[in-house]
Design a protein around this ligand. Structure first.
Ligand SMILES: Cc1cc2nc3c(=O)[nH]c(=O)nc-3n(C[C@H](O)[C@H](O)[C@H](O)COP(=O)(O)OP(=O)(O)OC[C@H]3O[C@@H](n4cnc5c(N)ncnc54)[C@H](O)[C@@H]3O)c2cc1C
Length: 481
């Protein structure tokens, strides 16, 4: 049986001069939101145009680069339904969706998920087949897995709300007027979250959402490449993520540079080689380092030596400056650290490319929390754990957590794992320091954090529930207390 990966109620035709810039971003948006999209080259189109054809026969044109309007036409919610929520989850990857599902089904809290891209988060950009998630004996492609999560959101609208294509940009303490002017949540609002369109698009006034509890589930995003003019070429030949659908943009004989020595880079290199491209993998360290790439990928890349050239101990230092689209890169000896001088261009190797994919790990999505000085983030790698990412959120004992958890409870004897240094703010999944960054852990932590939250609600019950509101409490009659 073929896994479903697309909505059946709508298809899109996207027209532009080339699949670059705004056209590429629109195509990615439609693809990640499960819309079957066909690209048509059209030299008469100045920017980008999309025709959405619905199963009813209705055709809706969207002219110009306008993702908020596309969201609206696709029926994705554009406003929240309540004036306040018991729980606001920031991030709609597996952690956030699992937490929201548990919050709604187990505890009945009013819950909102805010997601700035598409359901599934980073998991939706996994180009490899996902082989290590329970329940799929033959593995499952990321788009098929994320489509199932999307369907679950559609099936559970009464249990949590999902606000797509909005980004949380600040977290502040709720004011007394926020408390007074809202009524919907059971919990007294504790925080206000400012929410805007992700790329500064003009919209109705930015939203402010108030919440009794907040979950930070914002994951990590792709690291950028330290090369001058990267921004000029992003989506115009230079890319920081690769999707399976990108394979169709590469033709036989194209030259593709893949930067990175991890599994993601390996899978991308193999995918483009399969399309008949000539792939150059540019790696700062040594190829096949045991911590970076699984043995199977090392072997497959070696087998593809006629199609994949591996360049070790090197990095890309310069891009071509002559054209609007990236056509050349120059790579040379890797520097020890970013502040070391680069080799001169004349000492680098010139490589003509039709595309460059930099797939070089992630950085924590926590910049939106920078004004919360009391929220403890990882500033220095302290444990020697190679997986640590600076800027991830410290939780549990490492954060001096504001709510230590019901340590006297027979249910949770180890205290709270996901509580942060801010009262009623929790963090889980990839954006929490100490995780191994796997889908199964994200889903598990999403569920586990609601147990921590329930402990917080239970131990602070009389102080945090609005007058006149009743909230069902799970484990409310814990015998050990
Ligand atoms: C290429 C690749 C392949 C992978 N393959 C596998 C695999 O085979 N098996 C496996 O187990 N794991 C795999 N992983 C890891 C797995 O995808 C992650 O561990 C998992 O997705 C983490 O889930 P999360 O919900 O914590 O974070 P994410 O999935 O990163 O979700 C966080 C979401 O929050 C959004 N966000 C960020 N900031 C904001 C904000 N301010 N406001 C609103 N939204 C925001 C992000 O856009 C994102 O959608 C892979 C990862 C990558 C990159």
């Amino acid at each position: 049986m073929t896994d479903q990966t697309k909505r059946t109620d709508v298809k899109a035709v996207l027209r532009a001069k080339a699949l670059e810039g705004n056209a590429f971003s629109t195509w990615r948006f439609l693809t990640l939101n499960f819309v079957d999209t066909t690209f048509k080259e059209d030299s008469a189109v100045t920017d980008v145009e999309v025709d959405l054809t619905f199963s009813s026969g209705k055709v809706v044109p969207v002219k110009g680069y306008n993702l908020p309007q596309l969201s609206k036409e696709l029926g994705l919610s554009t406003r929240t339904q309540k004036d306040s929520y018991d729980l606001v989850v920031v991030g709609g990857g597996p952690t956030g969706l699992s937490a929201a599902l548990n919050a709604g089904t187990l505890f009945g809290w009013s819950t909102l998920v805010i997601e700035d891209r598409a359901p599934g988060g980073t998991a939706s950009t996994a180009i490899n087949r996902i082989e290590n998630y329970l329940g799929f004996p033959d593995g499952i492609d990321s788009d098929a897995l994320c489509f199932r999560w999307y369907q679950q959101i559609q099936h559970k609208p009464s249990q949590f709300e999902y606000l797509p294509y909005y980004r949380a940009t600040a977290l502040t303490a709720a004011s007394q007027s926020d408390v007074d002017k809202t009524k919907d949540s059971h919990l007294i609002p504790k925080y206000t979250i400012k929410v805007e369109r992700p790329h500064g698009e003009k919209d109705e006034s930015p939203l402010e959402i108030v919440a009794g509890m907040v979950l930070i589930a914002t994951g990590v995003s792709a690291n950028t490449l330290d090369v001058k003019d990267l921004d000029t070429y992003l989506t115009k030949g230079a890319y920081l993520t690769a999707l399976p659908s990108d394979a169709t943009t590469v033709k036989k004989g194209d030259s593709v540079a893949v930067v990175g020595g991890g599994d993601t880079a390996a899978v991308a290199a193999l995918m483009f080689a399969k399309q008949g491209a000539k792939v150059t993998m540019i790696i700062r360290g040594e190829f096949g380092h045991y911590q970076d790439m699984v043995n199977a990928h090392v072997d497959q890349i070696k087998e593809q030596k006629d199609h994949i050239t591996v360049v070790e101990k090197s990095e890309v230092h310069y891009f071509d400056h002559d054209t609007e689209k990236l056509t050349k890169v120059y790579y040379g000896k890797a520097r020890g650290k970013a502040s070391d001088p680069r080799p001169e261009k004349k000492d680098c190797t010139e490589l003509a490319v039709s595309a460059l994919y930099a797939l070089i790990g992630g950085k924590a999505n926590t910049e939106w929390l920078k004004d919360q000085k009391d929220l403890k983030l990882l500033e220095k790698k302290v444990t020697g754990w190679p997986n640590q990412i600076l800027g991830t959120v410290l939780t549990g004992p490492a954060s001096g957590t504001a709510w230590p958890g019901p340590t006297n409870s027979k249910w949770i004897s180890t205290g709270s794992i996901t509580a942060t240094s801010l009262v009623a703010v929790f963090a889980a999944g990839d954006t929490r320091d100490g995780t191994v960054r796997r889908i199964s852990e994200a889903v598990g932590e999403g569920g586990a954090t609601t147990i921590d939250m329930n402990g917080y609600v239970k131990t602070n019950h009389d102080k945090i529930i609005r007058q006149g509101k009743i909230l069902e409490l799970f484990y409310a009659t814990d015998e050990s207390e």
